[in-house]
Design a protein around this ligand. Structure first.
Ligand SMILES: Cc1cc2nc3c(=O)[nH]c(=O)nc-3n(C[C@H](O)[C@H](O)[C@H](O)COP(=O)(O)OP(=O)(O)OC[C@H]3O[C@@H](n4cnc5c(N)ncnc54)[C@H](O)[C@@H]3O)c2cc1C
Length: 278
């Protein structure tokens, strides 16, 4: 997305995060596994009887497991602006562990002579950027006439395109941030949301590198670890050079594994049902 006249610029800022996130994660996990009460655990943390290194190590180990609910106790707030309505349609599909406030096209009457917009670079590459800007110019003019004619903003907005920029104030917990990165840092995600989530990750990394370590696309070594998209997409992906495809892992497992991978039949369900504690 290049910056030109009337082109909105994407901005992402981490406004705040819940205090002592690493300690909160540690105490939340520890509460599950310790005979100490949470108050005692916090007393030890506050008395610095548990080193930051130990906290980091413990959290790292826990993050390798499926015990994910403590991650919901760490929260981030972001201010995001200059993203398109195409992006916002996708972003608000995330519904668990995230809260959005978005600039309203009902309450805000956009007053610029020429409305701002987000234009993908592909339009410039195809040398159709002038036409794109021209159409946006016509829309701006008609939108202004509509407001002047007394059409309420909530009705005038019906002619605004997906290119119209919007702003968000977002609260998201760490568990959901991991999930969003799994999906939206993957090259299968659309470029604009991918770019925005990359900026969110960079913002967290600036202040909490220990936590940002886990914010990866799902194929990352700290997440699922392999690509489960189609082989054709994996072959085209720049990460395909460094992360394996699921089908190859299974092929290797079948060839070299000490056990076999077979479909689960009723006998296997029964075995799980009858299994005592591991
Ligand atoms: C590459 C890509 C292409 C896409 N293409 C399309 C498309 O063509 N059309 C379209 O409509 N959408 C599309 N989407 C959006 C997608 O379908 C989801 O709406 C989006 O990823 C957010 O959903 P989520 O389940 O991840 O929600 P989140 O709220 O982020 O989910 C968080 C977690 O909670 C779980 N969860 C959430 N709600 C429930 C529930 N009710 N019951 C049980 N578990 C739940 C989720 O499975 C997930 O583990 C696409 C997304 C991606 C990444």
């Amino acid at each position: 997305m290049s910056d030109g006249p009337n082109q909105a610029r994407m901005e992402v800022r981490l406004i705040d995060y819940a205090r002592s996130p690493l300690e909160k994660l540690y105490a939340a996990f520890r509460t599950c596994y310790s005979a100490d009460s949470p108050i005692e655990i916090w007393q030890k943390i506050e008395a610095e009887k548990i080193s930051r290194e130990k906290i980091r190590e413990f959290i790292g180990e826990r993050l390798k497991t499926g015990h994910a609910s403590p991650l919901e106790q760490v929260v981030f707030w972001f201010a995001i602006s200059g993203v398109s309505r195409s992006l916002s349609h996708q972003f608000v599909r995330h519904r668990i562990g995230i809260s959005f406030e978005q600039q309203s096209q009902r309450y805000v009457r956009f007053k610029q002579d020429q409305l701002a917009f987000v234009m993908p670079e592909s339009w410039s590459r195809a040398q159709l950027d002038q036409e794109f800007a021209g159409l946006l110019g016509q829309i701006s003019e008609l939108y202004a006439r509509a407001l002047k004619a007394g059409i309420p903003a909530e009705d005038a907005r019906f002619i605004l395109p997906n290119a119209a920029p919007t702003n968000f104030h977002v609260m998201v917990n760490f568990a959901e941030m991991l999930h969003i990165c799994d999906l939206r840092l993957c090259v299968r995600a659309q470029w604009e949301i991918r770019r925005m989530v990359a900026l969110m990750r960079a913002e967290i990394k600036r202040v909490l590198p220990e936590i940002a370590l886990f914010l990866q696309p799902k194929c990352g070594e700290n997440r699922m670890g392999y690509c489960d998209e189609s082989r054709a997409d994996w072959e085209k992906c720049p990460l395909g050079r460094v992360r394996p495809h699921k089908a190859d892992l299974f092929a290797m497992y079948q060839q070299y594994g000490r056990r076999k991978a077979e479909p689960l039949g009723e006998a296997e369900f029964k075995a799980v049902e009858d299994q005592e504690q591991l």
